[in-house]
Design a protein. Structure first.
Length: 160
């Protein structure tokens, strides 16, 4: 009897965890911001596109963090995420680097910062406390599958 009760409680706990996780992302919508952490091959290719590293150098353990937006919520529960970065360097034409990825909802993680948490704008700044609970969507990408990384170069500029 005790084993049966424990099995039922374990099943209910598992169902409860799955439903709470599903509820975690039901409020995610188009134009929501998220933080992307790039590692592996993607980080190297992104660094090459932006000119952050020499194309001949590959840094082991390279990680790049940037922001993106949810561009589309697909019918199957996946999300299309887009990032754009404008690159301006002296002596080089202006460039635009875009990243577009389609990811499963399970790849999105949410960090919660509780109300009243001590935060710093910079290492040398005085701390302040958060006025409300905030949620930050996070996504880690490392492979070049299911995404497009493009570099665009300004071909023509009209006007001032």
């Amino acid at each position: 009897m005790l084993n049966r009760t424990l099995a039922v409680l374990a099943t209910l706990a598992l169902i409860g965890n799955e439903s709470s996780y599903a509820q975690q992302h039901t409020s995610t919508k188009v134009r929501d911001k998220l933080v992307i952490r790039m590692t592996g091959d993607l980080a190297v290719e992104y660094a090459k596109c932006t000119g952050s590293i020499n194309k001949a150098k590959v840094l082991p353990g390279l990680e790049i963090s940037t922001t993106a937006r949810i561009a589309e919520v697909l019918n199957d529960g996946r999300y299309r995420v887009e990032h754009t970065s404008h690159i301006v360097r002296d002596g080089e034409p202006d460039r635009l680097v875009t990243l577009s990825a389609t990811v499963d909802s399970t790849k999105l993680k949410t960090d919660v910062t509780p109300k009243g948490t001590e935060v710093y704008a910079s290492p040398s700044a005085r701390s302040t406390r958060t006025n409300k609970e905030t949620q930050t969507l996070r996504l880690t990408l490392s492979e070049l599958q299911s995404l497009k990384l493009r570099t665009w170069i300004l071909a023509e500029e009209i006007g001032e």
